[in-house]
Design a protein around this ligand. Sequence first.
Ligand code: KIV
Length: 299
Amino acid sequence: MSIHTLPDLGKTAGKTPGTAPSTAPVNLPRLRDMAGRGERITVLTAYDATFARVLDDAGVDVLLVGDSLGNVVQGQTSTLPVTLEHMTYHTACVARGRQRAWLVADMPFGSYEAGPAQAFDSAAALMRAGAQMVKLEGGGVTAETVRFLTDRGIPVCAHLGLTPQRVHALGGFRVQGRDDAAAAVLRTDAAALADAGAAMLVLELVPSTLAREISAANPGMLSIGIGAGAGTHGQVLVLHDMLGLMGSNGGRRPRFVRDFTRLPGSADDAPGLSVAGAVAAYVAAVKDGSFPDEALHGY
Ligand code: KIV
């Protein structure tokens, strides 16, 4: 199946893909090949070398050095205080710990919005630190920047839906694209970003049907959902959230998060899985289609 055909993800739900995880380094062609075969892409955030190694060993396909480090590492209430210097430091730490996984680094607030030239300088700093792809938030207004970077050999991941760097403009952390007008804007933005060359798209807090539709409409751009249902090419969670530490959300567990240290149905006081065990459970659940469960985690 070509990347231009969105796989029927429902067909592989509940089944473990037949091939053993490869130890070859993950790259964009391999990620596209996985998506084309209907194998879901697993993504987790990582901020340091030790966790990068644990995630890599457990077979996570993509490590995202998210600016969520502002919340979970720095104890901030938003990602806005995170600087390019913070991001390059943590990207270099993660790069030293990984061997196989593809490494994406977030462009922090204020490091790309002024225009393509500023974005190129910031992206270059992250690539020098070890990133293989940079992620930036925002819709059609960022398309010119996405094209500028991709034309210069920098793979770009876009980010639509709930974009935490715009939390004040959005009025809080809430599901985006619920009404027809907002959904239409997201569809148009996604098409513009795909046309500009974005190779990957994070869809955060978007109704499942809309995320599925956007994924199908832009098959050359790998869609990675967080709170966006099961119809995307892959899934991402903040590491601390899926380990039950809830650092990114002021101690509350959002609906779309599953605590992978707990076996489904186990008592609250039952012994939990190790970090490596929880990450392996996440990889297995995303690959076999049991996470996310639309009824529990979707909008
Ligand atoms: O910063 C981050 O961790 C992210 C994910 C939530 C996608 O952008």
